[in-house]
Write a protein that binds this ligand. Sequence first.
Ligand SMILES: NC(=O)c1ccc[n+]([C@@H]2O[C@H](COP(=O)([O-])OP(=O)(O)OC[C@H]3O[C@@H](n4cnc5c(N)ncnc54)[C@H](OP(=O)(O)O)[C@@H]3O)[C@@H](O)[C@H]2O)c1
Length: 260
Amino acid sequence: MSQTDDSTSDEQGTMPLTESVAIVTGASSGIGAATATALAAEGATVVLAARRVDKLEALADRIETDGGDALVVQTDVTDEDDIDSLVQTVTDEYERIDILVNNAGVMLLEPLERADRSNFRQMVEVNLIGLMNLTHAVVPIMREQGEGHVVNVSSVAGRMTNAFSSGYNATKFGVNGFTDAVRKEVSADGVRTTIIEPGAVDTELPTHIPDDQVLEQFSEMDLPTLEADDIARAITYATTQPQHVDINEMLIRPTGQTSL
Ligand SMILES: NC(=O)c1ccc[n+]([C@@H]2O[C@H](COP(=O)([O-])OP(=O)(O)OC[C@H]3O[C@@H](n4cnc5c(N)ncnc54)[C@H](OP(=O)(O)O)[C@@H]3O)[C@@H](O)[C@H]2O)c1
C-alpha cells in the first residue's frame, strides 16, 4: 500500500498496514514470531522466513486462523541463494515489499580465549552479513516504490560492550553502523530505517550459549526481562507512523535492567 499519502492516518495518527507486505526473518520463535503476529494483526501480509519450517507453518496457521495472511518461505539468511529466492518469491507473489524486519540472530557468548572461531563466523554471517545482504536485495525494490521500511533488530549490545560478548557486540555494533549509513543513502527516496535495540527479552536466544560457565553466569544473573510482544509493539509503532515520520532508533530495556 502506498503510505505516501499521510491523510489516511487514523485518529491516533498511525497508518494502517492493510495491503502492506512485510518480510520477517527469524519468524520461527521469539521476537520474530511476535512481530509477525503483531504486523499481521495490523493488516499486513507477513512473509515468515527462518530455517525451522515446521514452526513457521504452525505460526502461519495461527495467523490465518485469526484472519491474517501469511506466506512461509524457508530461508537460511547465511545462504545468498536463499536470500535472492526469498525476495523473488515475495515480488512474484505480491509485486511489492513494504517492510523488512531483519530479526534473525544468534548470541554465542564465550570468553575470547575459549571462543570457537566457527561461532564468531556464525554470528557474523547470521547477525550481520545476512542482514546486509537482505537489505541489499530489498532496498532497490523499496526505492523504486518510492517508499519502504527496513527494521534492523540490533541490541543494547549494539551500543554497550560486555565481557564474554566480544563477537556478539561486534555484530550488533556492525548492525547499527550499517543501518545508519544506509539511512543516509535511502531516506531522501522515501525509504525509512529503524534500529531496534532490545535489552534482555525472554526468548530461547540465551539457551544457545555454547560456554557452560557463561551460560551458568547468565542464568544466575536473574535479569528482569521484556516479553517478545513488548518488542513487537515497538516495531509496530515504528512501522505504522505516517510516511514523513522516520523513527531511526529505539533502545528498550526492561524496567530495572541496570547491568547493560
Ligand atoms: N532475547 C534477547 O534478550 C535479545 C536482546 C537483544 C536483541 N535480541 C535480538 O533479537 C533477535 C531475535 O532473537 P530472539 O531473542 O527472538 O531469539 P530466538 O527466539 O532464538 O530467535 C532467533 C531467530 O533467528 C533465527 N535464525 C537463526 N539463525 C538463522 C539463519 N541462519 N537463517 C535464518 N534464521 C535464523 C531462528 O530461526 P531458525 O532457527 O528457525 O532458523 C529464530 O527464529 C536477534 O537478532 C537477537 O540478537 C534479542
